[in-house]
Ligand binder design. Structure first.
Ligand SMILES: [Cu+2]
Length: 157
């Protein structure tokens, strides 16, 4: 009634081969650096999309304990906004923001108090390190479209 050991080895090898194939598939879909992979990332965060429909421009992310967060610069149908537009973290927390320009025109990500002012062409991604204030909030905005309401805030919870 014993399973021959040679069979068990073959079965083990088959499992290993399957795992290896799965791993190589996963790594082959890694970002290639051309900035076109953002669609898969942007749907990953669970906050916000609760079916209300019109809250794209007013999404809130909670980042306490996180080391990085994505912020998209969007322009569509005459709406210019950052998504999320509110980022809630801990007092004094530093975090890397990967700013992605998902729109069709140039945007900036600017925080006056922290000497942050990066410009992004369409589809460009730039990482900036920001620091939450000790209390209250700090504004980030797009210099080009701030008059159209393209701004957001880092807020201490
Ligand atoms: Cu802009």
């Amino acid at each position: 009634m014993q399973i021959p050991s040679s069979f068990r080895i073959v079965a083990l090898l088959a499992v290993l081969a399957f795992v290896a194939a799965a791993c190589s598939n996963a790594s082959s879909t890694a970002p290639t650096g051309d900035g076109t992979t953002s669609m898969t990332n942007s749907t990953g965060s669970s906050d916000g999309d609760d079916g209300d429909g019109d809250d794209d421009a007013h999404q809130t992310d909670h980042v306490s304990g996180d080391t990085s967060v994505e912020v998209e610069a969007e322009d569509e149908e005459d709406q210019f906004y950052f998504k999320p537009s509110t980022i809630i973290g801990k007092a004094g927390q530093s975090i890397v923001i990967a700013v992605q320009n998902e729109g069709g025109v140039e945007h900036t990500f600017t925080i006056d108090d922290q000497d942050i002012d990066v410009s992004l062409s369409p589809e460009q991604v730039q990482e900036v390190t920001v620091t939450f204030p000790d209390s209250g909030s700090v504004e980030y905005y797009c210099r080009i479209h701030v008059n159209l309401g393209m701004r957001g805030e880092l807020k201490v919870a």
